[in-house]
Design a protein around this ligand. Structure first.
Ligand code: B16
Ligand code: MG
Length: 213
């Protein structure tokens, strides 16, 4: 990475913590109750996507039409299951290299923020002991349009008071990579987005990026 950045904005799910299994199990419970086919491959498409947009993807396999009120109830039901599941998260859910990468950025004088689509961001950060780690937090509660719209990253940059072009994003979802680019930010794609050609930088994980002594 040759460019000098002033801030790093981290996606939460799939970059700092692993909540994939909790999301999968909660959507699966809902889908089973409704008699809708759902598997891990479909679950991958929900990465970085907001709760209501995720529901629309789940409903692609539904055999009946649902009213807006029914959709809202289903999204709320799924979130109830998810909130119960994340209560058992702890520090072991933090992904390899994440804390070290955040420390490295801070020690180099960069600001660090979270830019997540999740409305449960604060609960997840508290559960994993990361609630005071970041200089700013922008999440699903701050925005109308979720990734691939740039909104959550622009809000994070605004909270940090740093120009978008001076920020680098770390993302694990293609929708998140597109969102960062739309915000005018460079982006390091990791995990499930690590093969995404549009990303400025790519790595299998943050752990891989760290230079081991
Ligand atoms: P919630 P991220 C995203 O978080 C998840 O990847 C995505 O699967 C989820 O649907 C979305 O948050 C909304 O989450 O239902 O908790 O508001 O990757 O942007 O940190
Ligand atoms: Mg993510």
């Amino acid at each position: 990475m040759t460019k000098k950045y002033k801030a790093v904005i981290f996606d939460l799910d799939g970059v700092i913590v692993s909540t994939d299994e909790c999301h999968y199990e909660a959507w699966k419970m809902l889908a089973d109750e409704e008699g809708i086919y759902f598997d891990r491959e479909i679950n991958q498409r929900l990465r970085g996507v907001s709760r209501m947009e995720s529901l629309e993807i789940v409903l692609e396999r539904a055999t009946k039409e649902y009213t807006e009120a029914e959709k809202l109830e289903m999204a709320t039901r799924k979130n109830g299951y998810y909130v119960e599941k994340i209560k058992s998260l702890d520090k072991t859910a933090i992904l390899a290299g994440a804390l070290e990468f955040v420390s490295l950025a801070k020690n180099a004088g960069l600001k660090v923020a979270i830019g997540s689509s999740s409305k449960n961001t604060m609960a997840i950060l508290k559960q994993t002991g990361c609630e005071t780690l970041f200089d700013a937090i922008a999440d699903g509660n701050d925005i109308k349009n979720s990734k691939p719209a740039p909104d959550v990253f622009l809000v994070a940059a605004e909270k940090l008071q740093i120009a978008p072009t001076d920020c680098m994003v770390v993302e694990d979802a293609e929708a998140g990579v597109d969102a960062a680019l739309a915000a005018g930010m460079d982006v390091l794609a990791v995990g499930f987005a690590s093969a995404y050609a549009k990303a400025t930088y790519r790595a299998k994980s943050l752990d891989e990026v760290l230079v081991k002594k």
